[in-house]
Every structure is written in structure tokens, then in C-alpha cells.
Design a binder for this molecule. Structure first.
Ligand code: FES
Length: 68
């Protein structure tokens, strides 16, 4: 996942991945371009529920811990 990439590369993003990908925080919210968004698999209900709580939600939003 994008979260794994951030952790593996030691990229510091304040709070990113605080729930370790358990769909409990929405801090890993990312906004993709159309091409990137279309390349990903479907959103599961649990991700959608947590996305609703994300700051600045857009039509291109996903949770970084759920996208590969
Ligand atoms: Fe918490 Fe993605 S890391 S929902």
C-alpha cells in the first residue's frame, strides 16, 4: 500500500498511518489525479465510511493505507 511505501522509505508525514492501516483514523487521506484514481481497485464500504470523516474530501480521495 501507499502507507507501506511511506513507512519503508522513512518518509515523515505528520500523523500519517497512525492507525497502521486498520481503517480507524482517515489521517492517510490522499487525493489522486484521475489517472491514478482510475488505476485503483474499488473502494470497500469500510474505507468509504472512514473517508466520510476525512478533511477536504474530494471525488478523487482514497485512504493511503488501502491503495496499492
Ligand atoms: Fe488509518 Fe489509513 S492509516 S485509515
Amino acid at each position: 500500500s501507499f502507507l507501506d511505501l511511506v513507512v519503508d522509505q522513512n518518509v515523515y508525514i505528520d500523523g500519517f498511518g497512525v492507525c497502521e492501516g486498520t481503517l480507524a483514523c482517515s489521517i492517510c487521506h490522499v487525493i489522486l489525479d484521475q489517472k491514478g484514481y482510475d488505476h485503483l481497485g474499488p473502494i470497500i464500504d469500510e474505507e468509504n465510511d472512514m473517508l466520510d470523516l476525512a478533511f477536504g474530501l474530494t471525488d478523487m480521495s482514497r485512504l493511503g493505507c488501502q491503495v496499492c
